[in-house]
Design a protein around this ligand. Structure first.
Ligand code: FES
Length: 166
C-alpha cells in the first residue's frame, strides 16, 4: 500500500509531466516555438525538468540531445530548481567598465562557491548575469530580489552576511 507521501509525490510528478506536455503541445506547431515553450515551462515550474526533455523533443520532432543543447546554451534556462537564495554578479559591459572584472575574478574565493554552483552548506547559488538595470552604479550585484551597486570584493562579504539567510 502506498503511503500518503508517495501518493502526493506521484501526483506532483504527474502534474509536472502534464504541464510540460501541454505547454510543448501549445508551442510545437509554431515556427521557432521551442524557445518560447522552454521559457513558459520554466515560468510555470521554476525549471525545465531534465526527465521531461524527451517529452518536449517528441512534441517538436527533435532529438532529446537537440533540446538539451538549446537548454544548456541559454544561461537563463535551468534543468533543476534554483536554490532558494541567489547571488548574481553583473558581468555586462557597463559594470565591467566600473570594475566588475575584479569582482568576478575574486568572488568565488570570497564566497567559497564557484559560478553556477550552490554552496554546499549556505544554500546560495552564485551566478553571472548580464545587466541588472543598475548600470550607472556598477559594479552591480543582486542578492535574491535586491540589487546593490558599487560593490567590490571588500564590501561583498558584509553585504552577503546581511542579505543572505545563512
Ligand atoms: S551592466 Fe551591470 S547593471 Fe547594467
Amino acid at each position: 500500500m502506498l503511503s500518503k507521501h508517495s501518493l502526493t509525490v506521484k501526483a506532483m510528478k504527474a502534474s509536472l509531466e502534464k504541464t510540460v506536455e501541454q505547454t510543448a503541445a501549445k508551442h510545437a506547431a509554431s515556427q521557432g516555438g521551442l524557445l518560447p515553450c522552454l521559457h513558459e515551462i520554466q515560468a510555470k515550474l521554476g525549471y525545465i525538468p531534465n526527465a521531461h526533455l524527451e517529452n518536449i523533443a517528441t512534441a517538436f520532432s527533435l532529438s532529446t540531445a537537440e533540446v538539451h543543447g538549446v537548454v544548456s546554451f541559454y544561461h537563463d534556462l535551468r534543468t533543476s530548481p534554483s536554490a532558494p537564495q541567489s547571488i548574481q554578479i553583473c558581468c555586462a559591459e557597463a559594470c565591467q567598465a566600473s570594475g566588475s572584472r575584479e569582482l568576478e575574478a575574486g568572488v568565488a574565493g570570497v564566497l567559497g562557491v564557484e559560478f553556477d554552483e550552490t554552496h554546499p552548506t549556505h544554500n546560495y547559488r552564485l551566478e553571472r548575469v548580464y545587466c541588472l538595470g543598475n548600470c550607472a552604479c556598477g559594479p552591480s550585484i543582486r542578492i535574491n530580489d535586491d540589487v546593490y551597486g558599487r560593490v567590490d570584493l571588500e564590501s561583498l562579504p558584509q553585504l552577503v552576511t546581511e542579505a543572505v539567510q545563512l
